[in-house]
Write a protein that binds this ligand. Structure first.
Ligand code: AMP
Length: 286
């Protein structure tokens, strides 16, 4: 596996390749959720490149950039064992040299949910993904459904800016108790970790209500909220039901609907979501 740290070397590596190229952008501290994206890319492309970059521009001034978990050596080992072809690990100054002053700003859908709680977050995400796409020129790019709004923002950017890249969305990988895997889960102490299992229970409650015909967000959101609030260690940032395209709040659920949440457990902010759609009602065993 090639370990590449400079944009120039990444470009040279890329342009010597033939066949399809999949990119899996990550901030490292890899877990099985990331590895599901890697595996899917490897099964669909000739070459797979993973990036490890804790992108400073997507963190707010009071967020956890400095203490975001980093473990480059074990990430490299894990990627090497999985058979990835190259890993791109640029420094902050390689990606954002002095004088950097150009941004990719997707409007509309970035002003709600995560965008409302984390101003500037999606500008950082769209900018770094644009740079990665320009540097690597991938055939396909892999993103997790765990970050549902990020998926929509990247798809919108790719469509609006006519980028010739297929965006592939991979289902959320969960721990045994349903907690979505996340690099930030390492922040949780044992009692916080136990409390975190209510998040998925709340999502399953929404799914059960939907399956039994409930379509009123004013019934679903309070039922989820009650489950989450049964854990005193958790503070809700938002629980929302939105259309899974423009992310507008919806009162009555149409298919597909995005049910999403953000919570604080201690100082740790976690997000999760589920998509409710008519086809799931027929096929999912709940
Ligand atoms: P991150 O390193 O947190 O920026 O995540 C990198 C990519 O992995 C993003 O596309 C995430 O949506 C995806 N990802 C993170 N956690 C999971 C998970 N539990 N299941 C599936 N994909 C995930």
């Amino acid at each position: 596996m090639r370990i590449i740290r400079s944009i120039t070397e990444m470009r040279e590596f890329r342009y010597a390749l033939s066949g399809s190229v999949g990119i899996v952008p990550t901030m490292g501290c890899l877990h099985n959720g990331h590895m599901a994206l890697v595996r899917q890319s490897m099964s669909e492309n000739t070459i797979t490149i993973t990036s490890l970059f804790v992108n400073p521009t997507q963190f707010g001034p009071r967020e956890d950039f400095d203490k975001y978990p980093r473990d480059e050596q074990s990430d490299i080992k894990r990627l090497e064992q999985s058979g990835v072809d190259a890993v791109f690990i640029p420094s902050s100054s390689e990606m954002y040299p002095d004088g950097f002053d150009s941004w990719v700003d997707v409007s509309g859908i970035t002003h709600v949910l995560e965008g409302a709680c984390r101003p500037g977050h999606f500008r950082g995400v769209a900018t770094v993904c644009s740079k990665l796409f320009n540097i690597i020129n991938p055939t396909r790019a892999y993103f997790g459904q765990k970050d549902a709004q990020q998926v929509l923002v990247i798809k919108k950017m790719v469509s609006d800016l006519s980028m010739n890249i297929e965006i592939v969305v991979v289902p959320t990988v969960r721990e045994d108790d349903g907690l979505a895997m996340s690099s930030r889960n390492v922040y949780l102490n044992p009692s916080e970790r136990r409390a975190a299992s209510v998040l998925y229970k709340a999502l399953l409650k929404a799914q059960r209500m939907y399956s039994s015909g409930e379509r009123d967000a004013k019934a679903i959101i309070p039922a989820m909220t009650a489950i989450i609030q049964s854990e005193p260690l958790i503070r809700i940032d938002y629980v929302a039901v939105s259309d899974n395209a423009g992310l507008k709040d919806i009162e009555f659920l149409r298919s597909p609907a995005l049910v999403s949440m953000a919570v604080f457990i201690g100082k740790t902010r976690l997000i999760d979501n589920i998509i409710l759609s008519n086809s799931d009602v027929d096929t999912q065993a709940i």
